[in-house]
Design a protein around this ligand. Structure first.
Ligand code: GLU
Length: 464
């Protein structure tokens, strides 16, 4: 794509009937990344025309999920239901220009048609009864049907699926407006995609057939079609379409499990898209590299282990500001503790095995004295080790330069003078400082806690 094609507008168009599905999140991510890559615009359209199934909670869940994933639309969301009059207007226009017609076939007649087609082993399609009528009775309930082309074929150059072709005699006259006056999905989507100037529709390949029908409507109205990219759905590890039995489907559950948004963006991007052998990358890289042509045609499988590994990578490389905010929230800390966190995070994040583990490893900074030792910590404090810690404590009181170098120099001298090895006092001291142990070494713990707090914590236990 050249820089002259910068007016790209994509959209994510979820139906708000539950949570933000992980597959939906990936669709949103691809649409967002593609827009970002080309300095385009990413829009959100809430497809809430199914009034029975659409809920405010589901809309909120979608917005929260997108917000958490950092997939911020470039304009306030469009609510499809609010465009209903516009959808009807287009249907009326299609009626008056002969692109659509009223159909008064009853449900019974349609059922019969279906049964007959089945019995004859023919495809189940509307047989065009009303299409061929001069006029229909005014006093009967009616639907409005699209006068679909009868001959020839409809083709589509899908950016992922390639050339897609269907003989027009395979597609029947789609209902555009139901008898209760509500527009149908395919009509609403075409009108909205047109009115929102969408240039690229990126969505699950379960919509591929719809894309053919939608293309026919675009063509009939002489509206330019958007480009389509239909991405294969996500499968579970067993190769079956992703479902509840494979685990969590809602994005909110992944937040609960301790996944970082950055890690989710990385992992979801890799579900179906690739950039060479790169598995772990930043969001900046994703935007830079994103290319629809590199989306695969076969379904990707969700792999929890890989996902966890991606998360650990992003925690270990994580932005300390972001991690500090998470820790403040999860440990219910006041924001005054941020400096303390910021000084500890560069080293602690490198040890993290998960977000929970990171939070656990930060806890020692905030425990109130006297530190409560767990059983394992208590068992580690043998007479001999306590005596060594006591010796170190006395000497530490005189240490002036309480920084990385000062502490390291102090201990090498201390060990030499007392003929001790680190193992003879270090682990015990670490347990006394934290109560629970820590992946950090004792030097780092002392430095992060500061002289006053470190000595006070040791003293509490030594004098007990
Ligand atoms: N609302 C549709 C869905 O949630 C998506 C429609 C589209 O992307 O065109 O499956």
């Amino acid at each position: 794509m050249t820089s002259s094609e910068t007016n790209i507008i994509t959209r994510f168009a979820p139906s708000p009937t539950g949570y933000l599905h992980i597959g939906g999140a990936r669709t949103a991510l691809f649409s967002w990344a593609f827009a970002r890559k080309h300095q385009g615009i990413f829009l959100l359209r809430i497809e809430d025309t199914d009034r029975e199934r659409s809920t405010d909670e589901a809309i909120q869940a979608i917005m929260d999920g997108m917000d958490w994933l950092g997939l911020t639309p470039d304009a306030p969301p469009v609510y499809q239901y609010q465009n209903i009059e516009r959808h009807r207007e287009i249907v009326n226009q299609m009626l008056s220009t002969g692109l659509a017609y009223k159909c008064t076939c009853t449900k019974e007649a349609l059922d019969e048609m279906r049964e007959k087609a089945k019995a004859d082993g023919k495809p189940i399609r509307y047989d065009g009864t009303c299409r061929n009528k001069e006029s229909v009775a005014d006093d009967l309930p009616f639907t409005v049907r699209f006068k679909a082309p009868l001959e020839g074929a409809t083709t589509l150059e899908d950016l992922v699926q390639g050339h897609v072709n269907v003989d027009n005699n395979q597609l029947d006259d789609l209902i555009l407006l139901r008898s209760d006056g509500t527009p149908t999905y395919n009509l609403s989507v075409v009108v909205d995609d047109h009115d929102m100037n969408i240039t690229h529709v990126i969505r699950g390949d379960d919509h591929l057939t719809n894309a053919l029908r939608q293309s026919q409507i675009f063509d009939a109205l002489s509206w330019p079609r958007p480009a389509y990219a239909h991405i294969p759905l996500i499968h579970g590890p067993d190769g079956a379409k992703l479902s509840k039995r494979h685990g969590a489907l809602g994005v909110d559950a992944y937040k609960e499990m301790g996944f970082l948004p950055e890690a989710m963006r990385n992992y979801l991007a890799r579900l179906g898209w690739s950039h060479g052998d790169d598995e772990l990358f930043s969001t900046a890289d994703l935007i830079n590299w994103f290319d629809i042509a590199a989306i695969g045609k076969s379904p990707a499988r969700l792999d929890m282990e890989k996902m966890q590994a991606t998360n650990i990578h992003h925690i270990q490389q994580g932005d300390e500001d972001v991690l500090a905010e998470i820790a403040i929230e999860q440990l219910s800390l006041s924001t005054e503790n941020k400096d303390k966190l910021m000084s500890a995070l560069p080293i602690i994040k490198k040890t993290a095995k998960s977000l929970d583990n990171l939070i656990d490893n930060l806890r020692f900074l905030f425990v109130t004295r006297p530190v409560q030792l767990n059983d394992k910590a208590i068992q580690s404090l043998t007479e001999e080790k306590m005596a060594n810690v006591r010796k170190a404590f006395a000497a530490l009181e005189n240490l002036e330069t309480w920084d990385e170098e000062g502490i390291a120099d102090f201990f090498s001298q201390f060990m030499e003078d007392n003929e001790l090895k680190l193992g003879q006092f270090g682990p015990a001291m670490r347990n006394m400082l934290t109560g629970t142990g820590s992946p950090l070494g004792v030097y780092d713990l002392l430095r992060l806690l500061g002289k006053e707090e470190s000595l006070a914590r040791l003293k509490d236990i030594l004098s007990n």
